[in-house]
Design a protein around this ligand. Structure first.
Ligand SMILES: [Zn+2]
Ligand SMILES: [Zn+2]
Length: 395
């Protein structure tokens, strides 16, 4: 194993941007940092610099923490989390998909991807190969093969069902006022309300919840949207499933396509929760964007008209950015082992860090040019506007 050296080229937008990075911007602050020990990358104003790992708890002027690098078996690791973030400004790192070797990323259940400011969690993929999501250590050279997400504890709608003790309830239903109580439509007490308001038929609760959910379809994507599924009196948040007498009952019913090839995503926008059910049968590509011709239309200003696409192959579902203004990103839920002679980018808030690894300088390295970071690869196609052309903007 060879000792590593890390070079980070950071560019930072001058203004706060609500966690967005404008990839079309032409005006930004540049910094270059070299690391050979455990370090934290911090931002103060626009200036990005490194401090030693040990000073995490004594940072001056409360800077924004952008990344944490530590050494393990002589390899550098990029951390996905920071201990004791309380009271610290910590902007979570996101991998820039465009910076990966194949400019694509293999999606798996548990991945969270972000278009502009909208985050999508993959709840279920059916009919396609996925990454070996159980791998705990990921290598920077193979990031395109996926696996950055965590384990999915529950699929689709499936928050863990809450268990309801079956009680003999003598009250009548708070909705229909009837007191029939049979196995098919039992009276239950699902929230914190008590007395006459605490009892409801499962069927009445399902219908009431259903009335709060809006269903829409656009092409082969079905969208379920709701603001909150809380009890209006005690504000208890109803789960999507409950367990009554060891029987799991869906409170929110999400219809899956009549095919094995589909994907289910969950997103949150303006406090509205959305479940997107994508029928992928006979499809080669799904286009995501704000434009009307997108297969999955996301009406948000931070999303470009043609923002990203999901390429559908027998080897899996691959997400790709389409030169969007605010980028297509994947959340890092696992630490990444940095391989030699490899580079990729992470975005943390309004900063973009290009991370490259090389051997440290040595006499022979200098002579033969090893260990030198090549600047030719540096041309970031994404900063096309920095040079001139702005007509191709994908706003
Ligand atoms: Zn009822
Ligand atoms: Zn209640």
């Amino acid at each position: 194993m060879v000792e590593q050296r890390i070079t980070i080229k950071a560019i930072t937008l001058f203004r706060e941007s609500n966690g967005l990075f404008d990839y079309d911007a032409s005006n930004y602050h540049r910094c270059k940092i070299k690391l050979n020990e455990d370090s934290i990358i911090v931002r103060q104003g626009e200036n990005v610099h490194s401090v030693h790992h040990s000073s995490l708890n004594n940072l001056q002027n409360n800077p924004t923490i952008l990344a944490l690098f530590y050494k393990k078996n002589r390899n550098f690791m990029l951390s996905s989390s920071i201990n004791k973030t309380e009271g610290k400004n910590w902007e979570k790192p996101w991998i820039v998909i465009n910076s990966l070797k194949t400019t694509e990323y293999l999606l798996s259940e548990g991945d969270v991807f972000r278009l502009g400011k909208i985050k999508f969690t993959i709840k279920e993929i059916s009919g396609y190969k996925q990454s070996e999501v159980h791998r705990s250590v990921l290598h920077s050279k193979t990031l395109q093969n996926g696996g950055l997400g965590g384990l999915v504890k529950s699929k689709t709608d499936l928050s863990v069902p809450i268990h309801l003790e079956t009680q003999i309830i003598s009250n009548s239903c708070r909705i229909c006022l009837l007191d029939d109580n049979d196995d098919l439509n039992p009276l239950i007490s699902p929230c914190f309300c008590t007395g006459t308001m605490g009892v409801i038929h499962i069927g009445c609760l399902q219908r009431w919840l259903d009335s709060k959910i809006t269903q829409n379809s656009h092409r082969d994507v079905k969208i379920y949207t709701w603001r909150s599924l809380n009890c209006e009196l005690c504000k208890f948040k109803y789960p999507n499933k409950i367990l009554v007498d060891n029987k799991t009952i869906d409170l929110v019913i999400i219809e899956k396509p009549p095919t094995t090839n589909y994907m289910i995503l969950e997103s949150c926008n303006n406090k509205k929760k959305c479940i997107h059910v994508l029928n992928l049968d006979d499809k080669k590509v799904i286009r995501l964007g704000r434009g009307y011709d997108s297969d999955m239309r996301i009406p948000d200003i931070s999303i470009s008209r043609n923002h990203a696409c999901i390429n559908i192959r027998s080897s899996g579902l691959y997400i790709q950015d389409l030169n969007s203004k605010f980028g297509t990103l994947i959340r890092m839920k696992k630490d990444i082992c940095l391989d030699l002679d490899n580079k990729f980018k992470i975005q943390t808030g309004r900063s973009l860090l290009k991370i490259s690894t090389s051997k440290p300088w040595s006499f022979f390295g200098c002579l033969f040019g090893c260990g030198k970071i090549k600047d030719s690869d540096d041309e970031n196609q994404r900063f096309r506007n920095a040079t001139s052309d702005s007509s191709s903007n994908n706003l």
